[in-house]
Design a protein around this ligand. Structure first.
Ligand code: ATP
Ligand code: MG
Length: 558
């Protein structure tokens, strides 16, 4: 169980747990993470995962993974598999794998118990009638004409609902609570509906399926959950959660505690919206690296431990907030900065010929794998007479503060030596095709001239040894902070048309081409990159930009 960085040091939920253990109310902590298998998990779910697993682990307790699979129309085994994969990848292992569908019989029996005690009844109105009778926040609801059916009639109808005697929508089972409660959730909520569809686990056995509120609390009780942690929108459901548990013969009554959802700007997080992006082809799939899904972030190169640390630092509270995407990106950058081996890659190559470098010769230069971590060792970087530099690192008529290569100017090649621009070669149309430079052999690291200072340092790759690569540059998926803010407009209108730019002819130094999918690097002066799973040919690797470099590096060297 992973508890290194997942639980915020102190938060109100942890305080409740500490109190309950001290008071002896609970001997141990049992939590659950209860996703509906109707899509892939996203970064918001990761907050709940870190909280539930983290807090139980901290106190030597346990956490179940429970699929809340009560809505057969939208759910699938594939989604369930993907969710398990994502939870494990985030670094957590569940104590038991459970399904709300494991409890369908128990849930039914408890519903019969409600009916027997006059706490539930079969309503034979349609959904629209039930809705109009619910009333509003200022107006009490009206009782259903079926509310006073006898226990016998209710039992009989409920059983026939179960056996499939009726069509979808003909009847529902409702809790008999209080139609004038100020809490709308208590106004005789529906607890069972008829759905004559197969379930991916129970097949054709059931013709009725329980509603979320009914299934959820009872599932918690069956599993002996001590603290049922959920997001704030369920706060108003808590009285119902408690009422159900008080009215069934269950010894266990978990405590529901609500916390604020994790939100990020420049993205959307509801599974329904994410599904729309996938199904309409706005992204390549649930694991498109621009998606806020765990699968997308993983493919993008976001490390699991950085995601855990991000949520730890964000903390747990009851105050709704939206975290700027830059905060997440910074967490990723900080983590990768510590660990990513450095390599050089040129994304927009311009050829430089070192005219005083002997033809047909080359040498291997030793460079640190990581400037702050000698323990990560060194790499060998080949250099020869022709090298690539970034087109943007040369300017013919630069502004005053341009410290990279210019006509007659000097610049240091990172990990190598100083070069001086002596000539510009053009094609017939006047476009620059090559730069000719002289190199200063004495300025190599290790030699007396190494200390000679020039203002700029640029990265480069040997033409002969460089490996051609495809590089996918990802940016935010939306170009406004909140794509859902304007209720009159479709969030798809705010898709960022530049969220993916593909560079086909980048070049990377040889040590950057040995990795397989998931390996990550810092391309010096450019950013953090990971090998994409599409990458099959080591002679033509494919990289995803995980996150760009912190600006200070750029300022320092440009
Ligand atoms: P969505 O609207 O994205 O489908 P959901 O809440 O319906 O989200 P579930 O699969 O039901 O998705 O969620 C499983 C658990 O994850 C629930 O306990 C839910 O409260 C929690 N969760 C979902 N989104 C977030 C979020 N943004 N921050 C924290 N917890 C979340
Ligand atoms: Mg849901």
């Amino acid at each position: 169980m992973n508890n290194d960085q997942s639980t915020p040091a102190s938060n109100f939920i942890r305080n409740i747990v500490v109190r309950d253990i001290k008071s002896g109310a609970h001997k141990t902590v049992v939590t659950r993470f209860p996703p509906e298998p109707n899509g892939h998990l996203h970064i918001g779910h990761a907050k709940s995962i870190c909280l539930n697993f983290g807090i139980a682990a901290e106190f030597g307790g346990r956490t179940n993974l429970r699929f809340d699979d009560t809505n057969p129309l939208k759910e699938s085994e594939d989604f369930a598999q993907a969710i398990m994969n994502d939870v494990r990848w985030l670094g957590f292992e569940w104590s038991e794998l459970r399904h709300a569908s494991d409890y369908f019989q128990q849930l039914y029996d408890y519903a019969v118990h409600l009916v027997e005690n006059g706490n539930a009844y079969v309503d034979s109105q349609d959904a629209e009638e039930i809705r109009t009778q619910r009333g509003t926040l200022t107006k009490p609801g009206t009782n259903s004409p079926y509310r006073d059916r006898s226990v016998e009639e209710n039992l009989n109808l409920f059983e026939k609902m179960k056996l499939g005697h009726f069509a979808d929508g003909e009847h529902v089972l409702r809790a008999r609570n209080n139609m004038s409660s100020p809490n709308m959730n208590l106004r005789d909520p529906v607890i069972y509906r008829i759905r004559k569809v197969a379930h991916h686990r129970t097949g054709d056995h059931w013709n009725i399926y329980p509603m979320y509120d009914w299934a959820h609390g009872i599932s918690d009780a069956i599993e002996g959950i001590t603290h049922s942690l959920c997001t704030l929108e369920f706060e108003d459901h808590r009285p119902l959660y408690d009422w159900f548990l008080e009215n069934i013969p269950s010894a266990c009554h978990p405590q529901q505690i609500e916390f604020a959802r994790g939100n990020l700007d420049f993205t959307v997080m509801s599974k329904r919206k994410l599904r729309q992006l996938v199904e309409q082809g706005h992204v390549s799939g649930w694991d498109d690296p621009r998606m806020p899904t765990i699968a997308g972030l993983r493919r993008r190169g976001y490390p699991a431990r950085a995601i855990r640390k991000f949520w730890k630092e964000a903390g747990i509270s009851k105050a709704e907030s939206i975290i700027p995407m830059g905060v997440l990106e910074n967490a990723i950058r900080n983590d990768l900065n510590e660990r990513a081996p450095r390599v050089m890659a040129v994304l927009d190559p311009l050829k430089v010929v070192l005219i005083n470098y002997p033809e047909r010769e080359m040498e291997w230069l030793e460079a640190a794998a990581h400037p702050q971590h000698p323990d990560m060792g060194t790499r060998s970087v080949p250099i020869s007479r022709e090298i690539w530099i970034e087109r943007g690192d040369f300017m013919e008529n630069p502004p005053r503060k341009f410290f990279r290569l210019r006509p007659g100017g000097e610049v240091r090649l990172r990990n190598a030596f100083i070069i001086k621009c002596v000539d510009i070669i053009r094609d017939g149309e006047g476009n620059i095709t090559e730069i000719h430079c002289e190199y200063d052999p004495d300025s190599r690291s290790g030699l007396p001239g190494a200390a000679r200072k020039v203002k700029g340092t640029i990265h480069w790759v040997s033409v002969e040894h460089g490996v051609e690569a495809e590089v996918r540059l990802y940016d935010r998926l939306f170009n406004v902070a909140n794509p859902l803010a304007d209720k009159d407009r479709d969030f798809l209108e705010f898709l960022n048309p530049d969220s993916l730019k593909t560079v086909k002819n980048a070049v990377v130094e040889p040590s950057g081409s040995n990795g397989g999918p998931g390996d990550f690097y810092q391309f010096e002066r450019v950013g953090y990159f990971t090998v994409d799973e599409d990458s099959k040919d080591p002679q033509r690797p494919i990289f995803n930009r995980t996150v760009s470099l912190r600006d200070s590096w750029a300022k320092l060297n440009r």
